[in-house]
Ligand binder design. Structure first.
Ligand code: FAD
Length: 461
């Protein structure tokens, strides 16, 4: 079998790349190892209902008139109409540093500016200077790493406010410990604070089905349970892939969305990229009875919190660092139909090696997951008020869960800290898109798939 383009991975970057290509030429094949599409952003069934794996909120909300906004550009490139997505904006979110300060933000950026002006008056002039830099900065221009933390602190002269600004942006888009590249900071600042957050009215399955339907309507082909075992190369050209069942499929172009090290693995070539610590996360979903009313902050969509004296976004030495994290309440979006369930989701930084050391013993691993959920509950209750007695179902995932279902090295959601922004990994017809290309999150990974196809593949067909 021969196809012009093979895409390895049926996550959001692979689906978007496939759809973009199929609009011009239908002969594209997505190969997905798992039985279901979506990758990090997929779903599963438990307790008689569908659970989403990776959808807290989608960043980059934009009004239809804002033609240049990333969301609208993405929809245009994919020829998807906004109304097909049924967008629901967040209520409002919060950065909550316990016993220190709290900042509210919503899709109206003035709320955030007012909060900073009121609570950090001495830093407000510096914050405005930072906004000017952000407005003028081109985050896509090739540059070496520039420390966002250094620039922010220089402008704000306030450690607490610096940490508070970085907390959501790191949790939603940094693969680097305790800092981020200034370009990535600019992308995330615009995506979260200036544009804002939303979710589709249905579930992530509806969004995946929508993308798949568009893709297949254009003639794109899709195979699940089709893991690629190796990439067959001829010098610096990828000529075919071999699937786990031994079938070989030839191609003119190959796009890998599975990560850089993971791709070099399939090429049977040592990765030239320096190995750096990867960040892992645990998440617990607490399903609550529908009548539950949370006492405090219960109407917020997302709460990024820190309980420690300093904010430490780094691989913890213990299994989990409960000092900081994200609390998400996925029912808290505007005009969302009343859902037959309520959820609180808590996310914390986790240490992959500590979890891996339990993998030989299912009972120990399960007990560690239970302990994690039990320890995370009071952390969330401190912020939301008590809800433990309303829990009707609970599930926890760890870096091992992510590794198992997406094959991401060390289960690191944000992948390799070193990104390959132009998608070029040294082969003439093999390119990288998705997490390790550097655009993170749902909109980011889809834009990554589209832009690598636009840049490297469409001009050559
Ligand atoms: C708990 C959690 C919460 C999140 N919350 C949000 C959020 O609220 N908002 C947001 O914007 N983003 C969120 N994200 C991040 C977002 O989900 C990801 O950035 C995005 O989905 C990455 O997509 P991707 O296509 O680049 O990678 P992936 O989703 O990892 O897709 C890669 C695919 O390749 C497949 N694959 C791997 N190896 C092979 C192989 N050898 N052969 C064939 N297929 C293979 C994998 O199974 C996978 O399906 C969250 C992620 C998680 C895990």
């Amino acid at each position: 079998m021969h196809v012009p383009l093979i895409i390895i991975g049926g996550g959001l970057s692979g689906l978007a790349a496939g759809l973009r290509f199929a609009r011009f030429l239908p002969d594209v094949l997505i190969l997905e190892k798992h039985s279901r599409l979506g990758g990090l952003n997929s779903y599963y069934y438990r307790n008689n209902r569908l659970f989403e794996t990776g959808l807290h909120a989608i960043t980059n909300f934009a009004e239809p008139k804002d033609k240049k906004a990333p969301l609208n550009r993405l929809l245009r490139q994919l020829k998807i109409k906004r109304k097909e997505l049924d967008l629901h904006e967040q209520n409002r979110s919060e950065i909550h540093f316990l016993n220190q300060e709290s900042l509210l933000f919503s899709n109206d950026f003035t709320l955030f500016c007012n909060e900073i002006s009121e609570k950090f008056p001495n830093s407000f002039a510096g914050f405005n200077e930072l906004l000017n830099i952000i407005d003028e900065y081109d985050p896509f221009a090739p540059r070496d790493f520039i420390s966002a933390r250094t620039i922010i602190l220089e402008k704000l002269h306030d450690q607490l406010l610096t940490d508070m600004l970085l907390c959501p942006l790191m949790y939603y888009g940094s693969s680097i410990e305790n800092d981020m590249d200034f370009g990535q900071f600019v992308i995330m600042f615009r995506a979260i604070f200036q544009e804002g957050m939303f979710r589709p009215g249905g579930t992530i399955k509806d969004l995946l089905d929508l993308l798949t339907n568009h893709y297949q309507t254009h003639g794109g082909k899709l195979r699940t349970k089709a893991g690629v075992k190796r990439i067959i190369k001829d010098g610096k050209k990828a000529v075919a892939v071999e699937l786990e069942d031994g079938e070989q499929i030839q191609c003119d172009f190959l796009l890998s969305t599975i990560g850089s090290d993971e791709t070099f693995n399939l090429l049977d070539t040592p990765s030239p990229i320096k190995d750096m610590p990867r960040l892992g996360f645990v998440e617990t979903i607490f399903e609550l009875s529908p009548e539950t009313k949370l006492n405090k902050n219960g109407n917020n969509t997302i709460i990024f919190f820190n309980n420690g004296t300093t904010f430490n976004y780094a691989k913890p030495t213990d299994r989990v660092d409960f000092n900081s994290g994200v609390i998400c309440m996925p029912q808290n979006f505007q005009n969302l139909d009343v859902r037959p369930y309520k959820e609180v989701r808590t996310t914390h930084l986790a240490n992959y090696d500590e979890w891996k050391s339990l993998s030989h013993d299912k009972a120990l691993y399960t007990a560690a997951k239970d302990e994690t959920a039990a320890a995370s509950l009071p952390v969330a209750e401190k912020i939301l008020g008590n809800f433990g007695k309303n829990i009707v179902y609970r599930d926890t995932f760890t870096p091992l869960t992510i590794e198992r279902f997406t094959t991401k090295k060390h289960g690191a959601i944000y992948g390799n800290p070193i990104k390959i922004k132009n998608g070029d990994i040294g082969y003439t017809n093999l390119f990288l898109a998705g997490t390790d290309q550097g655009f993170l999150g749902i909109v980011g990974s889809m834009l990554s798939g589209v832009s690598i196809v636009n840049q490297h593949i469409l001009p050559r067909i």
